[in-house]
Design a binder for this molecule. Structure first.
Ligand SMILES: Cc1ncc(COP(=O)(O)O)c(C=O)c1O
Length: 377
């Protein structure tokens, strides 16, 4: 089935035969049993819930995985993944990463004895140089947040093949509509479902998708034990959002490509990072492993003053921390998504006081351009 159809008919609601086109929200914490040692398939909503299971099955089918777990946020999903590791285990993490993941690694994972080694995962030699006997996983975000570096997923998978190292890919920016990491050799896919999957800036969610049953079972055990699960109603909202994923991704990425070119021509904008630009250093990898460019752009203004001017003057595009929804949002990574990352580390990665990140929404692109035109005047 084509992925456009899968977004709408990605799973079957196994629980009812009323003919309802949209499965009901099972707003229940618990389920009764017909007798001792008997179950109707559901016991307690922290373990399973039909509405959440319906959503999980959609994601499994879109990502070509074995099993999906739906979490109360993207960070809950990343935290659950990190519980796979023990003191002394090493994880190689992409150097340019969502700030919340870095905060987790630096403050919680390290405290728990997991050693984090940062690498430019878009540079195979750097990854290779960081592998030791204790390496248990490589954690990649591609494209990265916010600098838009692209990692060759298949090449990293090949590099660690046979070494008993898991490859986890945060697929938040492109979603399975544009990129399917498990088919490229990854073992686990991570999502902030808050972003494109939900698509409406109204619900927090996160996902882990496992390719193999062994990893799925380990993650599921942690999942039901820790309990950061997605509520039935939020599961319903994300499943509803996914119905329009294909059209949203197509239109938003089309607008982003137009906007990236337009920004390039502005005097006060010095650099534009968008994976679809012909001179993006990783354009060939992107074309090989993704079927679209997404709608995330970051750009560097000529001064901090211009950054403040843009943020204060934009009217349609809202100054807010998130991405992937139908409303265009602009973020100042230095004071928002990456505020807890050491200033020196941010500077090294290009996250300066002149960098802005833009999530292009579904508004008409001419209106977005008009908004930036008046903001830059
Ligand atoms: C790439 C990426 N991964 C994970 C997360 C965390 O997701 P959440 O905010 O849903 O916890 C974010 C949030 O911005 C993100 O951008």
């Amino acid at each position: 089935m084509n992925i456009r159809t899968l977004c709408i008919h990605g799973a079957v609601d196994k629980t009812q035969n009323t003919g309802a086109v949209v499965p009901p929200v099972y707003q229940t914490a618990t389920f009764s049993h017909p007798g001792v040692g008997q179950t109707l398939g559901y016991d307690y909503t922290r373990l399973q819930n039909p509405t959440r299971e319906f959503l999980e099955n959609i994601i499994t089918n879109l990502e070509h995985g074995r099993e999906t777990m739906a979490f109360s946020s993207g960070m809950a999903a990343v935290s659950n993944f990190m519980e796979l590791f023990e003191p002394g285990d090493e994880l190689i993490a992409c150097e340019d990463l969502y700030g919340g993941s870095i905060r987790l690694f630096e403050n919680i994972s390290q405290k728990n004895g997991v050693v984090i080694r940062y690498a430019k995962t878009w540079d195979l030699e750097d990854v290779s140089g960081k592998i030791t006997k204790r390496t248990k996983a490589v954690f990649v975000e591609t494209p990265t947040n916010p600098m838009m570096h692209v990692t060759d997923i298949a090449a990293v998978a090949e590099l660690i093949k046979g070494k008993n190292i898991l490859l986890a890919v945060d697929n938040t920016f492109l979603t399975p509509y544009f990129q399917q990491p498990l088919l490229l050799g990854a073992d686990v896919v991570i999502h902030s479902g808050t972003k494109y999957l939900g698509g409406h800036n109204d619900t927090l969610a996160g996902f882990l998708v496992a390719k193999g049953q062994l990893v799925a079972d380990r993650l599921r055990f942690i999942y039901k034990t820790v309990g950061a699960v997605l509520s039935p109603f939020d599961s319903f909202l994300i499943a509803r959002g996914i119905k329009t994923l294909a059209v949203r991704m197509d239109k938003q990425s089309e607008s982003a490509a137009i906007l990236a070119e337009w920004l390039l021509g502005r005097e006060k904008i010095k650099k534009v990072h968008f994976v679809g630009l012909p001179d993006h250093p990783d354009i060939e990898v992107t074309k090989r492993q993704s079927s679209g460019f997404g709608s995330m752009i970051s750009f560097e203004a000529d001064s901090e003053q211009t950054v403040f001017q843009i943020l204060e003057r934009l009217k349609l595009v809202q100054f807010a921390e998130s991405l992937g929804g139908v409303d265009s949002l602009i973020t100042y990574p230095l004071t928002q998504t990456h505020a807890d990352v050491a200033r020196r580390q941010n500077e090294k990665n290009g996250i300066t006081d002149r960098l802005l990140r833009l999530s292009v929404g579904l508004e008409d692109v001419d209106d977005i351009i008009a908004d930036f035109t008046q903001a830059l005047e």
